[in-house]
Design a binder for this molecule. Structure first.
Ligand code: MN
Length: 392
């Protein structure tokens, strides 16, 4: 995830069948068929039947193993806005909960974005209030935005810039807040491609031109580390290199006025292990073999980020031409690092918890979210509320 696959309805249902009971899949299918009929006469800008869009949104949510109600909302999220179906119909044919979710997504979508500072704050306020009610509304909205960004090429250039600006200013930060990094990265990279194509493609080219050279020395470091970790820990582990995302390189060049060649951690080495104890064992090996750069060591395992992210980061110098960042975390932490809230929310058949309890659990984990709920009634000032989201 996100694998940018173009799903058919049957493929989304198959994906659901991999983690839901047959009865639940039947229920999802009912929603899929319902949405297909409702959208039958609509065509997307791409010339495809409109139904293709809700199928992809539901597909993204199923990749995240979201619960049946959320996947169903993915299928139904545009029917009230675009067809003759009412919320009462949805409550009648499905459930009041699903009607509420669809209503939340529709309301968020209705809000017209303006890049004016105050309007931006108002946008955030709406998002936050929707989030306070049910985080699943935001999940569907993020999946919706992700697919709209993937198909942005069908819009006029001016519209592309407006939608991309909105994505960078609202949706990517929201995904970040929820720890949904996979989605955040794709939103950011795609938005940059439309807003500043020149910068985007020049970074892509620079990354490509040095790829082999970098890959070679990263591999040497990985091999060396691998042989040492093998003897030191008993559990399973995995070591691999991962390139940085285009947008994060862009920001570094812009914010810190750096040239491409001055950004040394273009690639990071990631180590996945089974236990926290093994994380620190690997850290010991890394720091014994390579010299850590001062000020670059961060222990987000002992002190998780506000969005639940956990990992150890360190940047070391040694036998390579330039310093390299090493990230060490458990497999479980890795799931949370990539999918955030969704990793916690992953649906488990037969688990006796209600959506309300789930919401409470996540609230306990996301400290900022708890604060938001506590403040949302008293903080009517949109700007103050936005500040709350921006500050950690
Ligand atoms: Mn939509």
């Amino acid at each position: 995830m996100p694998n940018k696959k173009n799903y058919t309805k049957a493929e989304v249902l198959a994906l659901c069948a991999s983690y839901m009971s047959e009865a639940r899949v039947d229920y999802v299918q009912k929603a899929a068929d319902f949405a297909e009929r409702a959208h039958i006469e609509q065509i997307r800008k791409s010339g495809e039947p409109y139904f293709v869009h809700p199928v992809q949104v539901a597909g993204i949510l199923a990749e995240l193993k979201m619960d049946p109600d959320t996947v169903i909302t993915g299928f139904l999220h545009d029917v009230v806005e675009d067809t003759g179906i009412s919320l009462d119909d949805i409550a009648y044919f499905f459930s009041p909960t699903i009607a509420t979710l669809v209503d939340g997504v529709t309301k968020l979508g209705k809000f017209k974005y303006k890049s004016h500072e105050e309007q931006l704050a108002e946008n955030h306020r709406k998002m936050l209030l929707a989030m306070a009610n049910d985080l699943r509304v935001i999940m569907v909205k993020l999946a919706d935005r992700l697919h709209n960004m993937r198909t942005l090429k069908w819009h006029k250039p001016e519209k592309q810039v407006i939608i991309s600006t909105e994505t960078l200013e609202i949706y990517a930060p929201l995904a970040d807040r929820l720890g949904m990094n996979q989605i955040k990265w794709e939103l950011e990279d795609t938005a940059l491609r439309y807003m500043d194509p020149e910068s985007y493609y020049s970074i892509v080219q620079l990354v490509d031109s040095k790829r082999d050279e970098r890959a070679e020395f990263i591999q040497t470091t990985i091999d060396e580390l691998e042989s040492q970790v093998e003897g030191a820990i008993t559990g399973k582990f995995e070591i691999y290199g991962r390139p940085k995302h285009i947008y994060s390189i862009y920001r570094k060049m812009k914010d810190q006025g750096k040239e491409f060649d001055q950004i040394f951690d273009l690639q990071a080495i990631r180590v996945l292990v089974e236990s926290v104890r093994d994380c620190y064992a690997v850290l010991g090996i890394v720091h014994t073999n390579w010299k850590p750069l001062p000020g670059r060591f961060k222990d987000y395992i002992a002190m998780p980020k506000a969005n639940m992210y956990q990992s150890i980061h360190t940047t070391v110098v040694g036998n390579q031409p330039s310093p390299v960042e090493v990230q060490i975390r458990t497999y479980e932490m890795h799931e949370v690092a990539e999918y955030g809230v969704a990793a916690h929310w992953a649906y488990k058949e037969n688990r006796q918890v209600t959506a309300k309890q789930e919401q409470k659990e996540i609230q306990d984990k996301l400290k900022w979210y708890e604060t938001l709920i506590a403040y949302q009634e008293e903080v009517n000032d949109a700007e103050k509320l936005m500040k709350l989201v921006k500050d950690d």
